[in-house]
Each structure stands twice: as structure tokens, then as C-alpha cells.
Design a protein. Sequence first.
Length: 131
Amino acid sequence: KESFTVKSNSSSKKTKLKELPSEFYSYDGAILKTVDNKACIVLIEGKYSYYSEYGQQAVTYYTEPKNGEVLSFSEKAFKKLLKTYRLLDNYEADEPKREKKDSVNDWFNKKLSRTVKYFKLLNEEYAKNAG
């Protein structure tokens, strides 16, 4: 299982994920959260949250406001959420364009950036409708 060296004041100690003192922590300049005993990068935190597994960024998770349960991300479920908030047409029109110069990482980052953008919009729409 994954572990990190936790630095506190002048001491440091090797600690397993499940033993960390908080569900959120920073590592290598990123905010992380433990999900299914794995370190995940927090991409969006809100009523709708979005996480990417550290070291395996293609493995993503999300939460919904109704129960906060962490779910495996799927494009199909995401599109259903977007449709609920009338964001699906914009999301589909905002499909990134793949250019010849794009590396695999560039293309992945374009798609990930669009998903993050629409998670942010989901949270904004949720806040409007909740209040």
C-alpha cells in the first residue's frame, strides 16, 4: 500500500495513507485526498468533486451532493449530470480539437481540462438551484 513521508515541524515519519491525520493533504505541490486507499489529486472540490489517481491520472472518480459517495467516473454518467443542468449541449460543442502537434499527454490534458471546466460549471449551477 502507498505511504508518504509526513513532515511535521522538525521531524519526519513514513506514514501509510490510512494513517494520515486528515482526508486532505498536500504532496509535491498538489492537494490530495485518499480514495479507496489510493492517493488522488483533487481536481475540483465542491458539491460535485472530481479526483484523479496520483500516478494514474486516467483513473478518475467523482462525488455527487446527494450522498457524497466516491464513484468511478464515466463519461455516460457525467453527460447525464450535465443534461440535468442543461450543460450537455455546451459540453459537446466544447469538444477539444486534436491537432497534429498534440502529444498523447497534450490531448489527455485538453480533455481533462474540459471535464474540470464542466465540473466547475456543475457546481455553479447546483449552487444557483440550491439557494
